[in-house]
Design a protein around this ligand. Structure first.
Ligand code: PLP
Length: 391
């Protein structure tokens, strides 16, 4: 049985998204910047997609900027917040310890440009509080960026409350909502955020395309110089097929949101029920504010990499954390941030589901994880030591 359970890394392109893209890849080949009919037809597709995306998050279409994905959206949002702050003489940025590397590494780059960065703690729950942000704010703070849902442990942050606080203080607020959009309700007006990042391939759209939402009135700063596309804020001929595919995928995801969420909660709870009885295992991050389809667990005494390979041999595709850190032997910065001890963090497993999964697959996952964990522990000196210490 094949079980794809790595949807936080990427998802399968939906049929609707593919069908929307195909004619654009063949017949709608004009450049939206061209003034002739072929170009203007492409332009119509572009603007229709912009309206569809805007509707899905309750934005105005003028607030939607197409990018090459979530990483670029994060880069541009952070540089915009930082440089707008610097113009007013403010150079302090607040974020959290468990952001995606697209945020953390951009913050590292900004430090080299003489910005100060504070990364607040996310506690054992994997949730930051407004209080944490309040305590970190100084006179010099110009930007706060906190992800809406964490890509490794699935915890959801109090974005609306943080946005409200930042507004009061006159501080720009950005959220990386890549794991949230298409999975839980996201309404930019209700949230009150200034900037928000989206990536199509996390909700069954194509790879290499995303969105930066920028609230009206914020002068977005360009990080790619060239032509006047995206109202002069993001140069480069538009990836029209990708953009149209993303619009179809986000509309589909939002339309089916409630049903999908219900289904995913059911599948995830079945996994939890089946796996929680395993000795010395833990669920990472509080389940109270949590994405429906993401489950992260640690099993003491084993290596996550071995677990993944043996599960793969049983047809199960999972992850030990983010795709970006896998392949390295460092434990996940997210698990360390929520206080999981290094040796336990090594034995992590992330299962991230989509509505295409079913309950039979969950049973296969449960049986396989139990079997593989038992086998790996039977040959693990670390496990032997843990058991010896118990006696
Ligand atoms: C996947 C992901 C990104 C990066 O998006 P890309 O489109 O792959 O560049 C950023 N942030 C989070 C939380 C993600 O899960």
């Amino acid at each position: 049985m094949q079980v794809y359970a790595d949807n936080a890394a990427t998802t399968k392109l939906s049929k609707k998204a593919l069908d929307a893209m195909l004619p654009v890849l063949t017949d709608i080949y004009g450049n939206p910047s061209s003034l002739h009919t072929v170009g203007q037809t492409a332009k119509e597709y572009l603007e229709k997609a912009r309206e569809d995306v805007a509707r899905a998050i309750n934005a105005d279409s003028k607030e939607i900027y197409f990018t090459s994905g979530g990483s670029e959206a994060d880069n541009q949002a952070l540089r915009t917040g930082a440089y707008l702050g610097a113009k007013k003489g403010k150079r302090h940025i607040i974020s959290t310890k468990f952001e995606h590397h697209a945020v953390l590494h951009t913050l590292d780059a900004l430090k080299k440009e003489a910005f100060d960065v504070t990364l607040v703690d996310v506690h054992e729950t994997g949730v930051v509080t407004v209080e944490d942000i309040r305590n970190a704010v100084t006179e010099d703070t110009c930007l706060v960026t906190v992800m809406m849902a964490n890509n490794e442990i699935g915890t959801i942050q109090p974005i609306k409350e943080i946005a409200e606080f930042c507004k009061e203080k006159g501080i720009y607020f950005h959220t990386d909502a890549v794991q949230a959009v298409g999975h839980i309700p996201v309404d930019v007006k209700d949230l009150g955020v200034d900037m928000l990042s989206i990536s199509a391939h996390k909700f069954h759209g194509p790879k290499g395309v995303g969105v930066l939402y920028v609230r009206k009135g914020i002068p977005l700063i360009s990080i790619i110089e060239g032509g006047a596309q995206e109202r002069g804020k993001r140069a480069g001929t538009e990836n029209l097929a990708g953009i149209v595919g993303m619009a179809a995928a986000i509309s589909e995801a939002v339309e089916n949101l409630e049903n999908n969420m219900k289904k995913l909660y059911g599948l995830r709870d079945a996994l939890i029920d089946g796996l929680k009885g395993i000795e010395r295992c833990r669920i990472n991050g509080s389940l109270e504010h949590h994405l429906p389809g993401t489950l992260n667990m640690c099993f003491e005494g084993i290596e996550g990499e071995s677990l993944l390979l043996l599960l793969d041999a049983k047809g199960i595709n999972a992850s030990s954390g983010s795709a970006c850190t896998s392949g390295s032997l460092d434990p996940s910065h997210v698990l360390l941030a929520i206080g999981v001890p290094v040796e336990i963090a090594h034995g992590s497993l992330r299962l991230s589901l989509s509505e295409e999964n079913n309950i039979e697959q969950m049973q296969h996952v449960i049986n396989s994880v139990k079997e593989v964990v038992t086998y790996l522990r039977s040959i693990s000196p670390v496990w032997e030591k843990i058991k010896a210490e118990e006696e």
